[in-house]
Design a protein around this ligand. Structure first.
Ligand SMILES: [Zn+2]
Ligand SMILES: [Zn+2]
Length: 299
């Protein structure tokens, strides 16, 4: 099988330079977290670091992933813009970059040549894990093949994408301003851990876990990643039914069983507040038709 891939879009040098700030900031967050060895970590600083971990995580999973990329529901533009602004404060790049990598660079070629961050290609074993966890983010693969036209046509999202590093620098400055070095360290730790949480969806859920549904890749339902990534660990379902607003499904005793999915609960909350509509969910019949007959839960 021949895969033609990585015909690189021509990027303006300033866009490429702006993108490279992303990995630099993630590296800086790892180093910055070390300051906690000198300052210690009070419960107060821990609380604020934890709070921004959760808020930024839910913005990435709800707005970047399930709304912007997979169109699993609809929101007014303001919700999308605010959500993307908050998501970009995680230091994990902006909306165009995210969608460019995730859809074309992952779903369309999952675990095959062309997948930006598979733990199964081009490497396997520990090297594959390391590549998908952080290696690809620091390589030339980091620049997406193309930027998605729908995101690029939204001027607000385009500005957030090109200036993706501003929200994270602003949030870090606020932490330093209010709490000094210790709070800056807590911010860096929160940012570094959240980066590895997102990366775990790339790495761990393509190696470890169950496969209750049929998908053309090695995606898995992984409960550990589901906890830290607010429901995104039910990744086998996600690859089987990409457009579903809920990822938390499995098959048990031949029937569909719901799994905890905080990102879906957030979408339902937005719906109750009239801030989300057209929430897409598969029927039980649809899920059973997608069930993997080799999975123990099928029988
Ligand atoms: Zn996805
Ligand atoms: Zn995947």
């Amino acid at each position: 099988m021949t895969h033609v891939y990585r015909v690189q879009q021509q990027y303006h040098p300033l866009v490429a330079l702006g993108y490279i700030i992303g990995p630099v900031l993630i590296m800086a967050s790892h180093i910055g977290a070390l300051v906690l060895f000198f300052t210690g970590l009070s419960w107060n600083a821990f609380f604020w670091g934890f709070l921004i971990y959760e808020i930024r995580a839910i913005s990435i999973t709800t707005i970047y992933h399930r709304l912007l990329i997979h169109k699993a529901f609809k929101t007014p533009p303001l919700v999308k813009w605010i959500g993307c602004f908050v998501a970009s404060s995680a230091g994990q790049m902006g909306p165009s970059w995210w969608k460019g990598h995730h859809l074309e660079g992952h779903h369309q070629v999952s675990d095959l040549p062309g997948d930006s961050h598979s733990p199964n290609y081009p490497f396997t074993g520990f090297k594959g894990f390391f590549w998908s966890q952080i290696g690809w983010f620091c390589s030339k693969t980091f620049i997406p093949n193309r930027l998605p036209s729908d995101v690029e046509l939204d001027p607000v999202l385009k500005v957030i994408d090109r200036f993706h590093f501003v929200p994270v620098l602003l949030l870090g400055s606020l932490f330093y301003f209010f709490g000094g070095l210790e709070f800056l360290g807590a911010f860096c730790l929160s940012t570094a851990l959240l980066f590895h949480t997102t990366s775990s969806v790339n790495s761990l859920t393509h190696i470890f876990g169950s496969q209750p549904f049929i998908s053309s890749d090695n995606s898995r339902n992984n409960w550990f990643v589901a906890i830290i990534a607010l429901g995104e660990g039910w990744h086998n379902l996600h690859h089987a039914v990409e457009w579903s607003a809920r990822h938390g499904y499995t098959i048990e005793n031949g029937e569909v069983k719901l799994l905890p999915d905080p990102t879906y609960w957030t979408i339902k909350l937005l719906e109750k507040l009239n801030l989300a509509s057209n929430v897409k969910l598969p029927t039980n019949e649809y899920l059973l038709a997608k069930a993997n007959q080799d999975h123990p839960g099928f029988h």
